[in-house]
Design a binder for this molecule. Structure first.
Ligand code: ZN
Length: 202
């Protein structure tokens, strides 16, 4: 499976000159919601990810995603693994488990995001699960941006990765591309103007 190609075909891998949520600039932007708007594609990706996870023999009772980004990938992954799905969400900036979701003591929970960048939201979702007595057994995402190390990849975690190194991270592929501080952006130097993805009405 060529994940980058699937993203591109579905208009989820944008090329141009973008302002990322961090404020940095990049030639590329990943819009996972676009690849997941087709449930058939979402199912295929989640099934491939579930196959990788099952190979590891990891025991999982539940998938939990941080909203909003992780919801679709997590829900499809839970379906592919045959386990239940819950989510955490931010309220007043703080990650919380709401809507009557509960986690049992010792319940084995896999955290799922669409894309793992530094893993900040995934980690916060995991903290919520553990507050309720659950056990976070690992992390997962469709793609890994290359800050953290995933199972079956030689790319090593760097200091920006927030995920605990002793827990596995599963993803279908590494999506690595350069990001620039605005003042050092070669695209800006060439006279191009960075845009926020979605700001042109798409
Ligand atoms: Zn720029």
């Amino acid at each position: 499976m060529n994940l980058k190609e699937i993203y591109r075909e579905n208009g989820a891998f944008l090329e141009g000159h973008f302002i990322l949520s961090s404020g940095n600039h990049s030639e590329y932007y990943l819009q996972s919601a676009k690849v997941l708007e087709n449930p058939k594609v979402a199912e295929e990706l989640a099934t491939a990810l579930a196959t990788e996870i099952k190979k590891s023999g990891l025991e999982i009772d539940t998938v939990c995603s941080p909203a909003l980004g992780g919801l679709l990938a997590g829900y499809e992954l839970a379906r592919a693994l045959g386990v239940r799905f819950i989510f955490t969400e931010r309220k007043d900036g703080e990650m919380q488990m709401r809507r009557g979701f509960t986690v049992s003591k010792g319940e084995k929970v896999l955290i799922c995001e669409d894309i793992i960048t530094t893993g900040g939201s995934a980690l916060e979702a995991g903290v919520e699960v553990e507050k309720q007595g659950g056990e976070v057994v690992g992390f997962s995402a469709l793609a890994n941006r290359g800050f953290c190390q995933r199972v079956n990849s030689n790319i090593e975690a760097n200091e920006k990765c927030k995920l605990p190194t002793e827990k596995p991270l599963f993803a279908l592929e590494d999506f690595i591309f350069d990001i620039y501080q605005p003042e050092n952006c070669p695209l800006c130097k060439d006279g191009s103007i960075a845009i926020k993805p979605g700001s042109r009405g798409n």
